[in-house]
Design a protein around this ligand. Structure first.
Ligand code: TRP
Length: 463
């Protein structure tokens, strides 16, 4: 998917040591692969449930449209204008714009956030691997499978050995792709397996419709009750929007470095956001009917899909096959996302003389593995150790997703809107009409930074 030559026809830019997406489609696939992952299918339903449904979903959609898409455009354009790892691109672009090189710390922050997120992300991706292994076993089992979703999930969490085994497998898979370069493997995974995941999701929505609780699901997801909304709800919606679109930690910027010059950034960003949001909404429509039909608790937390979906698979004909396919494809979706969480740090390290791409990927993978142990032990031996009612994993997830991602997005928006030379920005967005360009500029200069700031203040209880 990445051409090895350093310049595409008509492209004067030099790419530092890496290739170029072979086409506009290749980039859309890679960026969609990054966006669509556990954030859509695991995180969106459970965070929606914890925040009471409809109003949260509405605020989330608003965040995607008003802040998400403009920032997605910003990250792509910064990557393509800089043509280096995010850290070095930011440094270069700041210097070209006659600003301080210290803007590169936005990139340093991004690489650190990626490390934090990837650690617990790998553990949850490990759960999906464990579940697909379980359903594979069911397919070949001679005796009817025992049915105890809560017990099964609890058993997995209680076993550090099993958690570590699966997360190690997942980290090895991810660093493998990153080490070898994000070439053919990723493109094939996204082009073939993601549509399959989408189709399976549609089947699950169809199953949801057959439960008789679809109506209730639609009103749960889409009829807002604003009495439940406070500053923290809005912060969670904003954090989820960033998480789902892979924004705020320069992952998209890293992919942007490989984008050919003739790709229209505005339309591409809108396509990615649409696909990502579509998958999240479908996941909600698939999961909540099962919750309601079986009288399960919506406030299940991070275990929501791992406890509810087994009810559906146990009830469906060929449920073991569907269960196997679903969790395996979810693991693939997580895989294509994890790669983009690693890429900024790996790209930066491999730009320095001291690392090759392989050794850089190994270093980042090892650091991720160590931090992931914290999340593993938070599920069992350290579960009693909490701060503000959150264990280590919950705290890490909250701080990284809800505080640091929006902070990263805010600083990116300020850089693009206020520090970056206007000539560079306009040139990158040359396909936009003047009025659309002005709208984008207004959104990144004023709307995104002010909204993020106000949401921070209100969640902190200041306003
Ligand atoms: N967006 C992915 C998901 O929804 C996760 C992800 C990939 C991510 N890259 C990211 C989240 C960068 C935050 C920042 O599963």
């Amino acid at each position: 998917m990445l051409k090895t030559d350093n310049s595409s026809p008509g492209d004067g830019d030099q790419v530092s040591g890496h290739g170029m997406w072979s086409s506009k489609m290749a980039f859309i696939l890679a960026a969609t692969g990054s966006a669509v992952g556990l954030g859509n299918i695991w995180r969106f339903p459970y965070v929606t449930a914890e925040n009471g449904g409809g109003a949260f979903v509405l605020i989330y959609l608003l965040c995607i449209a008003v802040i998400g898409i403009p920032l997605l455009m910003s990250e792509i354009l910064l990557g393509r204008a800089g043509r280096h790892s995010p850290i070095n691109s930011l440094k270069l672009l700041a210097q070209r714009s006659k600003r301080t090189w210290r803007w590169m710390f936005v990139g340093v922050l991004g690489a650190l956030i990626g490390w934090m997120i990837l650690s617990f992300y790998s553990m949850v991706a490990g759960w999906t691997l464990a579940y697909s292994w379980h359903y594979l076993g069911e397919i070949f089992a001679t005796a009817p499978p025992a049915f105890d979703p809560q017990g099964k999930f609890g058993g997995l969490l209680a076993s550090p050995g099993a958690l570590i085994f699966w997360l190690t497998a997942f980290i090895l898979l991810s660093l493998g792709v990153v080490a070898l370069g994000v070439e053919k493997g990723l493109e094939r995974a996204v082009r073939i397996l993601m549509p399959m995941l989408f189709a399976l999701l549609l089947i699950m929505v169809g199953y949801g419709m057959s439960t008789g609780f679809f109506q209730q699901t639609i009103s749960y997801l889409f009829s807002p009750d604003f009495s439940k909304v406070d500053g923290n709800t809005i912060l969670q919606a904003l954090g989820q929007a960033f998480f789902s679109l892979s924004l705020g930690m320069t992952g998209i910027m890293a992919y942007g470095a490989y984008v050919p010059r003739d790709v229209p950034i505005g339309r591409t960003a809108a396509t990615i956001a649409l696909a990502d949001t579509g998958v999240a909404v479908l996941a909600g429509m698939a999961i909540f009917p099962i919750v309601f039909a079986n009288g399960l608790a919506t406030g299940e937390g991070p275990g929501l899909i791992f406890v509810t979906l087994p009810y559906a698979f146990a009830d469906m004909s060929y449920g073991s096959f569907f269960g196997f396919g679903f969790f395996l494809l979810l693991a693939v979706a997580a895989w294509t996302s994890a790669i983009s969480l690693m890429e900024p740090a790996v790209a930066f390290l491999s730009e320095s003389k001291r690392f090759t791409r392989v050794s850089a990927a190994l270093v980042v993978g090892a650091a991720t593995w160590v931090l992931a142990l914290g999340s593993v032990f938070a599920m069992n031996i350290w579960s009693g150790f909490t701060i503000a009612g959150k264990n280590f994993q919950e705290l890490l997830e909250y701080v990284a997703s809800n505080l640091l991602l929006p902070l990263g997005g805010l600083t990116t928006a300020v850089f693009v809107g206020w520090a970056l030379s206007r000539v560079i920005a306009r040139e990158q967005l040359s396909e936009l009409s003047e009025s659309r360009y002005q709208l984008w500029r207004f959104l990144v200069r004023y709307v995104a930074p002010i909204l993020v700031f106000v949401v921070f203040l209100s969640a902190a209880g200041v306003i």
